[in-house]
Design a protein around this ligand. Structure first.
Ligand code: BTN
Length: 326
């Protein structure tokens, strides 16, 4: 844990009480002057820390910035996901950054966040708006020992995790639209872009890119998007502390990913099915030039959607543009 994270942890452990510079210096094994310098750096990042010559330091409030150390200490020590967290002020797309790290040999569970993206992308080549400090825009590197066909399990596990974390942090009712859309009251609030590098029978790595519209206002969405997209702030009527939500999402992702690796995908699928608004619905699925119509029946063992077409065939769907017929 870095010095900043240790200082923040000690301040938080004290709650509304102050902790003296002497105690901090003894705990962390550095001089009081060094503690003072780190406190100043944290204040510059927006942490409101009261410094009293008699009582010591007290954390009054934390800013809504994504600070890698501050995020790390909120996660379980033995986690897979989030062992290495990097935060950038701006990137093109966090999927590009994590891909470069993957090619350079970064370990499983590395996570890259950006406060804003200039070329955020969604599925099917769509753009993903990523305004600064308003959302969670991040990508996770996974190196599972799975076949490429099983990669859909990872999207299902990620969607299940994302749904659960958003619901538990906000209390809002959150649903999944297959394969990767997270909806509140029928409007999209988050999405997942899974990208894969694989050989014929083996995944080399998977990049799971996640975008959550946290504190966007209506004006942040284009007029065309407003009918289909929303944010947690719009739905709740108040802003959400992004770092707390980020910690909840990474924790849930770690849990659901662990289940996939342990061969327990069926329990992930059960959880997914109980919150999926797509099952039982009539769908139109555009797969390139091919258009399929039918009813969503269930989730296959590999995470594919099983669609009973109007011609009575059971089709295994792993991608495409899905429209729910009203
Ligand atoms: C979708 O619903 O179409 C997927 C959206 C995924 C957006 C995230 S934001 C972080 C990561 N970087 C990107 O460029 N895209 C994903």
């Amino acid at each position: 844990m870095s010095l900043d994270a240790q200082i923040l942890q000690a301040l938080r452990a004290r709650g509304s009480e102050a902790i003296s510079g002497a105690e901090l210096s003894q705990k962390l094994g550095i001089t009081r002057a060094a503690i003072g310098a780190r406190i100043e750096a944290l204040q510059q990042l927006g942490y409101e820390i009261e410094a009293s010559p008699h009582h010591g330091y007290r954390l009054l409030s934390a800013p809504d910035v994504l600070h890698a150390d501050d995020l790390s200490w909120r996660l379980a020590p033995n986690r897979r996901i989030g062992r290495d967290i990097r935060v950038f002020e701006q990137t093109t797309s966090t999927n590009d950054v994590i891909e470069k790290l993957a090619r350079d040999g970064a370990g499983e569970g590395a996570v890259v966040f950006a406060e804003s993206q200039t070329q955020g992308r969604g599925r099917l080549g769509r753009a993903w708006i990523s305004p600064a400090h308003k959302g969670l825009w991040f990508s996770v590197l996974l190196r599972p020992n799975l076949t490429p066909q099983a990669a859909t399990q990872l999207t299902v596990a990620s969607a299940t995790a994302l749904r659960a974390a958003i619901e538990s942090r906000t209390g809002l009712k959150v649903e999944i639209k297959w394969p990767n859309d997270i909806l509140i009251a029928g409007k999209k609030v988050a999405g997942i872009l899974t990208e894969l590098s694989a050989e014929l029978d083996r995944i080399k790595y998977v990049l799971v890119g996640i975008g959550v519209d946290v504190n966007l206002t209506v004006e942040d969405f284009s007029p065309e998007l407003r009918a289909q997209a929303t944010s947690l702030r719009i739905e709740l009527g108040k802003p959400v502390v992004r770092i707390e939500l980020a910690a909840a999402i990474l924790t849930e992702l770690d849990r659901q990913y662990g289940r996939v690796l342990d061969g327990e995908f069926s329990s992930v699928a059960d959880e997914w099915e109980s919150h999926c608004s797509t099952l039982g619905q009539r769908l139109v699925i555009q797969l390139g030039q091919r258009r399929l119509c039918g009813r969503a029946e269930s989730l296959g063992e590999d995470g594919a959607l099983l669609l009973r077409t109007d011609h009575g065939h059971l089709e295994r769907i792993v991608g495409g543009d899905v429209t729910v017929e009203k």
